[in-house]
Design a protein around this ligand. Sequence first.
Ligand code: SF4
Length: 397
Amino acid sequence: MKKSELETMRKSFDTVKSRSNSIKDSESTKRLTKRVQEIKKYSFENKDELFNQVIDSFKRNGIEVEFAKTSQDALDIIDGLIDEYDAEVIAKAKSNTLGEINLKNHLKIDVVETDLGDRILQLKKTDNKPVHPTGPASHLNIEDITGIVNESLDVNVNPDAQEIMRAVRADVLKRLENARVGISGANAIASEEGSLVMVHNEGNISIVSLKDLHIIVAGIDKIVPTLEDAISIVKLETIFATGSYVTSYMNVISGPSKTADIEKKLIKNMYGAERVVVILLDNGRSEAIEECLYCIGCGNCIVHCPVYNAVGNEFGFNNYLGGRGVAMSKFIEDDETCFNSGLYMCTLCGLCTLNCPLSIPTNEILENMRKLSTDVGFYPRAHGKIKDNVSKNDSPY
Ligand code: SF4
């Protein structure tokens, strides 16, 4: 990342920190935090039962459900669905899971980001990795964004947030006029009800969910027992990610769009999707350390991480940023990816753990991973030289 981008990112992080401080310390947030910790622990300990239950619940609700062991499995399922609809353009919502499976690079059709920050990064074309799970373009200042939008959309907007938003919105809506397929992730899944919860401020997930086919790709770690539990999780995520109590929109999807208003005959596709297909993704999660799966995706760890603040999104893996992203890369990919994602960049300071609402001990996880990584030959060359010197000369030098 460029120096100016890092500076803009740090300023954006400071804004989130000051906005969220009072809410984070309130008694109600403390109670919510405790509740979510219990929900995540219970969900991990009962993951097999919840997984089986949610499949039954989805089927009962008329939601189609698929299981993807790997990214490739998920992409194959998506390819098949897109072929069925002969789609040339699809509407996409912001999702770390879709980033994880590399959806955009895989699909050879027009995948239109509907989230403003993600769309700006998409228009940027190069160096367009997000810097925060809910504020993907927090590193770009308004002049940068104006240049990107004017050049890629062939418009002439001023460096004014309203003007930029209108130009991007008009272009996105025009491109999606004839789209029949929408794709998104989910913030949490309620097993008992078979409901998927998605939060957003822009209203864009509503656009995605109104297409004929709505594909939802979500990690198996998103499954929790009930809708109340799922709402608790997204509420805590919102507080820690944005400093607000609640987002403008919270979509709860529990089935396709349907009506029985004409002679009580059930028909689908009134306004929303005629088909909702959920792809439950494992992709290393069943091998992952329990605490890694507690993550609710608020991004508060990277906001406080000194390494992330210094180097930005090169510390992390794919859309999974910072130390926790490095840890997950070992399970999603392998030891080599984990090493290359910044396993040895971490200072082990523990600020991520202190600022994580789930107290994920990322520093301890990374410290243990370093030992395992060394055993399989991935360690900094300088460390290897010191080790050789000690064994040859009884001295590190
Ligand atoms: S322990 Fe590592 S990942 Fe966590 S805040 Fe410190 S430097 Fe960042």
